[in-house]
Design a protein around this ligand. Structure first.
Ligand SMILES: [Fe+2]
Ligand SMILES: [Fe+2]
Length: 384
């Protein structure tokens, strides 16, 4: 195909991290349009809003590694810091206007996957975007044109969807992940990005058995998070860290200056009857102080994982349940609750609360008042 005269391609995104889906789209667009300029435009990321922010610098370096020297050294290929330089989230129409000023006589293409096309008409000033640019769209498998989409130029070929969020979760869980190249993987490891540094720290501090349990809880939590539309990273990190204090000696736990909802006025009884329960509150404290977790939802889920409490939020329920359903556990009735959790989250939660209450009763174990309150709440919900 002949090169278009004065064509410019803009490719915006988080690139957090950049994966093969991004690069195959970029390569196909460059090959088809043969532009004078191709700009990757990484979004601005607020360092305060994100759990594990990767800086612009890191994302640019990873983009360079993912795209490879060959692609990056082609004429006109650039990584633009324009959105980052604004120090705030920038809407696409504004970015396109900026590049329109730089290239007043060029045909500007805005590159995207067809998954974004459906919502395009809801984007801020979508008509302004179409006035200044043409949409260049990589079609995802299964995408059908239903009409009503904005006009677009299709790229040749099909472009399977891959998600950076799933890749980040795999990195948090130290799981093999497809979709990122070896060089990016190595960069992430060296820089300890996406919680990989903290995961390694935990692996070294816990016994292999306990670490495996934490990973299993995190995996189970990620699955439940999908069902409940809770962010994967919250489930993964809370699951991974929930037992970070489980192997501390009871005397060490007693000596720690810990507080939180399951202690408070119950502290005396906890210390007297079930001092091991202190590991949940201690875990939340360690997660905050040593692992740098500021997210209150994650800290609360760690806090409550052993006792539960009435009116828990969904993330706390997920961790409470995952601790019970963890893959290495194997006892009568567990598989039924695992299957139930896939179909009916609330029913599975109630079943676990009930199973734990019965277990305590049968063995005449001391029950934390918050566990008793939770059990009562579940019973009264059943009756109503
Ligand atoms: Fe625990
Ligand atoms: Fe646990």
């Amino acid at each position: 195909m002949a090169a278009e005269k004065n064509a410019v391609i803009l490719y915006g995104g988080s690139f957090n991290p950049p994966h093969s889906g991004h690069i195959s789209l970029a390569e196909a667009a460059y090959k088809q349009i043969k532009p004078d300029f191709f700009y990757f435009v990484p979004n601005f990321h607020s360092p305060f809003k994100e759990m594990q922010p990767a800086s612009f610098n890191d994302r640019s370096k990873m983009l360079h590694l993912a795209a490879g020297e060959k692609f990056m050294s082609q004429p006109g290929v650039r990584i633009s810091s324009w959105e980052e330089d604004q120090r705030k989230i920038v809407y696409t129409w504004k970015t396109i206007r900026h590049f329109r000023k730089i290239h007043p006589n060029s045909k500007i293409y805005f590159l995207m996957g067809s998954d974004c096309l459906r919502s395009f008409n809801d984007w801020q000033r979508s008509r302004d975007i179409l006035k200044n640019a043409s949409l260049l769209v990589g079609i995802r498998p299964g995408f059908n044109i239903i009409g009503g989409e904005a006009p677009f130029v299709p790229l040749k070929g099909l472009f399977p969807e891959s998600a950076s969020s799933g890749i980040r979760t795999n990195i948090i869980l130290n799981r093999k992940t497809s979709g990122i190249c070896l060089a990016v993987r190595e960069y992430i490891r060296k820089r300890g990005l996406y919680f990989s540094q903290e995961t390694n720290m935990l692996r070294k501090e816990l016994s292999p058995r306990r670490y495996r349990h934490c990973v299993n809880v995190a995996r189970c939590a990620v699955n439940l998070a999908h069902i409940c539309a809770v962010p994967e990273y919250q489930a993964a990190i809370a699951g991974l860290l929930h037992d970070c204090a489980r192997e501390l000696d009871v005397e060490v736990l007693k000596a720690m200056r810990i507080s939180g909802p399951i202690l408070g006025r119950y502290r005396k009884d906890v210390v007297k009857y079930a001092p091991k329960l202190l590991h949940a509150s201690a875990g939340a404290m360690i997660a905050r102080e040593r692992f740098g977790i500021k997210d209150k939802m994650i800290l609360q889920a760690i806090h409550l994982h052993a006792t539960g409490m009435p009116d828990m939020n969904t993330l706390s329920k997920i961790i409470y349940m995952s601790d019970y359903l963890s893959a290495e556990r194997n006892f009568a009735g567990l598989d039924e609750i695992r299957q139930l959790a896939e179909k009916d989250f609330d029913a599975a939660f109630a079943a676990i609360v009930e199973a734990k209450a019965k277990y305590r009763e049968e063995r005449k174990f001391w029950a934390h008042p918050l566990s008793i309150q939770l059990w009562k709440q579940v019973c009264s919900a059943k009756e109503n």
